[in-house]
Design a protein around this ligand. Sequence first.
Ligand SMILES: C[S@@+](CC[C@H](N)C(=O)[O-])C[C@H]1O[C@@H](n2cnc3c(N)ncnc32)[C@H](O)[C@@H]1O
Length: 264
Amino acid sequence: MNRIMYIDTNYGQFNRKNVAFKANRRTYEQDANDVSMGCYTGLFRSDINWRMLGSYILNHFKNKDKINMVMFAPSDGSEAYSTIISLIEAAGDKKNQVLKKFFPIKAYDYDREILRAAKSGLINLEQTDRMAMQMNCKDYQDYFAETDNVLYIVNEEISPASRNTTTMKAKRVLTDNVSFFQADMFLKVKELKDDDGNTILMCRNALGYFENDKIEKFIKDVSAKLKSGSLFIVGAHDSVLFDVDSCLKKYGFEKVMDKVYKKT
Ligand SMILES: C[S@@+](CC[C@H](N)C(=O)[O-])C[C@H]1O[C@@H](n2cnc3c(N)ncnc32)[C@H](O)[C@@H]1O
């Protein structure tokens, strides 16, 4: 092992109610009733069909020259990597055109610690992540390389030492195509610029941790910014306590596939 990487703790002003996700996996108290819930991320999270998503996006934006890819709450980079891989795999021999047209993703997370993990280009993978990769790409070694480095994330619920993870290094085809920034998505949404209905906004499995009125206000803000044809992509966890589907329809979105909404 060459180097051990420690991620500094900096949780900012978030506290129990507006959750700061301190690690890939952790539990926290959700509300006054002490409902305990978990928080995690992972490659090819199974709440969306990534292969279908890749094909849908390529087809939907076939007449656009450049796409503005924005991701809120990317966590450790798993979701950005899943998105890039899905589009590359769907592109086949048009890979280079697709890379130019869609990337880089601009990814904004609130948590500095998890951002440090994302920016390191290192990622902790479990056996299930490898299985997900096998289902979603021809050869995962096109995207990830072995490394002697170990990624430690402070306050991660289960440390890599006690869990069956391997740290891998994302290759440049992934790291060159996403830039991570620190920002609060509830503020950042007000700066969204959509020139031509050519935006994909991914905000998955983060809204569901907030109060209903805050989610609705966010969706209203997204709706005000996105032009007709742009896509807004959510996650399964967002709908656990709130009817995201109805709210999106109320603010002018049409469901085009599971978790994917098009501004009408
Ligand atoms: C459960 S993870 C979801 C990660 C990934 N999107 C997925 O679906 O697997 C939630 C992420 O939301 C981020 N987050 C929470 N509040 C945020 C905010 N106000 N602005 C930006 N990111 C936020 C956390 O830091 C964390 O990385």
